[in-house]
Ligand binder design. Structure first.
Ligand code: G6P
Length: 433
């Protein structure tokens, strides 16, 4: 049998796949892949065939000895895999549209991963991921599962707590911040050190060291920020930011500037439809491009998506795990004793030394007091949601919905839960059996 790694990408029909294929091609020297399996479900077959054909053209153009397989049989892909990566959207963008639309109808933030929308995505996704984990435990127990599927932090916590699979959660925000800092300060990313405190999509960057100098105060003072393509750009209050103690994740705008962000969402809803509908148009355009038999590389348009560069994070992680590189990466891992006010088995987003035996979370220098309350409140919501996803218990689901800081009252929580569970009936067997 020829040497080399077997990698399975679950959700391989995603419009993001050309990114990760590009990453595998560019880093073949440090990550010698023999087999790349792209896996999807019947409903995504047409996407898998289109993006899979592009993946094959990209690999053929590279001349590398990587075999690309397309399959609807995930067990075949998982069997003997060294790495399994997940990037799926249960219910596709149609489900996301309602995750974003229904809360807006109740005067609440409607968003892919944050608030009631993120809760529904978690309820749909966690059972599916745990089912995949059963296959991994049976067919590739030593594989690393790199989870990109959102809400990445919550989903990774569910996997770490309810399966034996070695799983690490990833997001593209940390690498996006490094790219932004690298450009702004004209400094290579390996001369930049940032310290993340908090959860996925709910972090404060409490140290930003460029060539040995901490630039945090300067960045806070100028209200400069790195923002994902998918979040409106509402301005931070200068005094608030200066005293916040860390550069906030752009998702924190939903919590600190809720009314302004809701206003922007409602305006955008009227003009363009939900973000899901905007993204659907981008995705349709991408798939038209992908169909072109002459296209043999990742099209620039992919960088319009909020998840841009996620593949660089994924490939970086695989390279470090495979080569025991011991570099520092910001990942979603088990808390342990890092944040002493959270449960040890909570997932947090934190800097880790990546060794061949897995990531080792690094202690954080300081946790701004003003961040602790929100971190704890959202983690409580997350853990209630995980429990609801697994049990299908409507009482626990109501407690989760009501405990999210963006849900204003029990009355709204009940109405939202009722309507959103009904809308997601097809994907929530635990709630409707
Ligand atoms: C952000 C997040 C990703 C999320 C993406 C959504 O960058 O880090 O986790 O999936 O935006 O982007 P989209 O283009 O789908 O709205």
């Amino acid at each position: 049998m020829t040497q080399g790694l077997k990698i399975a990408v679950i959700g391989g029909g995603s419009s993001y796949t050309p990114e990760i294929v590009e990453g595998f091609i560019q880093n073949y020297g440090q990550l010698p892949i023999r087999e790349l399996w792209l896996v999807d479900i019947e409903a995504g077959k047409h996407k898998l065939e289109t993006v899979g054909a592009l993946a094959k053209r990209m690999v053929a153009k590279s001349g590398l000895p990587i075999e690309v397989y397309l399959t609807l049989d995930r067990r075949q892909a998982i069997e003997g895999a060294d790495f399994v990566s997940t990037q799926m959207r249960v219910g596709l963008l149609e489900a996301r549209k309602w995750d974003e639309h229904i809360p807006n109808q109740h005067g609440v933030i409607g968003q892919e991963t944050t608030g009631p929308g993120g809760m529904m995505k978690a309820l749909r996704t966690i059972p599916v991921l745990l089912d995949i984990c059963k296959d991994i435990e049976e067919l590739s127990p030593n594989a690393w599962l790199l989870n990109f599927t959102n809400p990445a932090g919550m989903v990774t916590e569910a996997i770490n707590r309810y399966s034996k699979v070695k799983s690490i959660g990833l997001c593209n925000a940390p690498i996006g911040l490094h790219k932004w800092l690298s450009k702004k300060y004209d400094t290579p990313t390996n001369r930049i050190y940032t310290e993340f405190v908090g959860l996925n999509h709910l972090h404060w960057v409490t140290r930003i060291v460029i060539e040995g100098e901490d630039k945090l105060a300067e960045l806070l003072d100028k209200r400069e920020e790195y923002s994902g393509k998918n979040v409106p750009a509402t301005e931070w209050d200068a005094d608030f930011l200066r005293s916040l103690g860390g550069l906030p994740s752009y998702y924190l705008k939903y919590f600190y500037m809720t009314a302004a962000m809701l206003g922007e969402q409602l305006a955008s809803l009227k003009a363009n439809g939900t973000r899901a509908e905007v993204v659907k148009r981008v995705e349709d355009e991408l798939f038209e491009l992908y169909k072109d038999p002459n296209l043999q590389e990742k099209p620039k348009q992919l960088e319009q998506r909020g998840g841009a560069y996620y593949s660089e994070a994924a490939v970086n992680l695989m390279i470090s795990l495979y080569n025991d590189r011991r570099d520092i990466q910001t990942l979603n891992v088990r808390n342990g004793n890092i944040l002493d006010f959270l449960p040890k088995d909570a997932s947090i987003e934190v800097n880790c030394v990546v060794t061949g035996n897995g990531p080792i979370a690094l202690p954080v220098s300081n946790v701004p007091e003003q961040a602790k309350g929100l971190i704890h409140a959202v983690k409580t919501y997350e853990r209630l949601t995980i429990e609801a996803a697994i049990t299908g218990d409507r009482g626990i689901a109501l407690q989760a919905m009501a405990s999210h800081p963006l849900v204003p009252s029990v009355k709204v929580a009940k109405a939202l839960l009722e309507e959103m569970l009904e809308k997601n009936k097809l994907y929530l067997p635990a709630f409707f059996n």
